[in-house]
Write a protein that binds this ligand. Structure first.
Ligand SMILES: [Zn+2]
Length: 252
């Protein structure tokens, strides 16, 4: 079992390097006793980075991170000597590719914000959301009016001009299941999840999520909203991209 340290607090999302111990070595990868590497899931791609055995001259590259049951496997590439030092019981220094992680945080928090605003304004729920590179995509269960593109632009401006805190909250499953009509998301929560980890954007949204998020909407920065398209099967879809250098994430 891997301790999912990135989940525990908002600070966990900002952790760029950490120490951990190798507890298993499945083919091509390692399992740590705890990790801040995000494994692919919930529409958010995995982190990348490096693992280096304490005192070793070279690091192995983490090229993929996947959750398998209650463990997280860090798949490795790089030179054989770097991988050779990573035996069970070894302590490692882990470094996360911060530029990539930060992009995912900014995209993920802005996705929750925009999904909530779209639901509040037009009653459209998010069927699916995904992040990749500098881009996020949101699929909705109904079409949006033509003015939506302009209003989404206002939302993006408001994230900076009227910044909202982002927090983690936990509630019991019973409590969470009480008001299904108030949800902006149609993504089903797995049956066994209890308690439910919620990401709260102050005054805007409350959504079950295991992703990594920024502490304030002011860190999202500028976004370019792409045109909204209607889907053949009904509903709408749009994507948006991070504009270079938009974030204001404080240094670690
Ligand atoms: Zn989420």
């Amino acid at each position: 079992m891997t301790e999912l340290a990135y989940l525990a607090s908002m600070d966990g999302a900002y952790t760029r390097s950490f120490r951990a111990r190798i507890v298993a070595r499945p083919p091509g990868g390692v399992v740590l006793d705890r990790t801040f590497f995000y494994p692919t899931g919930g529409g958010q791609p995995n982190d990348l980075g490096t693992l280096r055995a304490s005192g070793a001259p070279v690091a192995a590259d983490v090229v993929d991170v996947v959750k398998q049951g209650s463990t997280v496997v860090h798949r490795l590439s790089g030179a054989a000597p770097a991988r050779a030092g990573l035996a069970v019981g070894t302590e490692v220094e882990a470094t996360i590719d911060w530029a990539r992680r930060e992009r995912h945080m900014r995209l993920h928090t802005s996705q929750h914000y925009l999904s909530a605003r779209i639901f509040a304004r037009y009653g459209a729920r998010t069927r699916r959301a995904s992040l990749r590179g500098r881009e996020a995509a949101i699929e909705l269960d109904r079409a949006l009016p033509t003015r939506a593109i302009e209003e989404l632009g206002e939302d993006v401006a408001n994230m900076a001009s009227d910044p909202r805190h982002v927090r983690i909250r936990e509630v019991s499953r019973v409590e969470w299941d009480r008001h299904p009509a108030a949800r902006s998301s149609l993504v089903a929560l797995a049956p066994g999840v209890d308690p439910v980890r919620l990401i709260e954007i102050e005054g805007i949204d409350l959504c079950p999520c295991g992703g990594t998020h920024v502490r304030s909407t002011s860190e999202v920065g500028a976004l370019e909203i792409r045109p909204i398209s209607e889907r053949d099967e009904g509903g709408a879809r749009f994507s948006y991209v991070l504009v270079n250098g938009g974030g204001t994430t404080p240094p670690e």
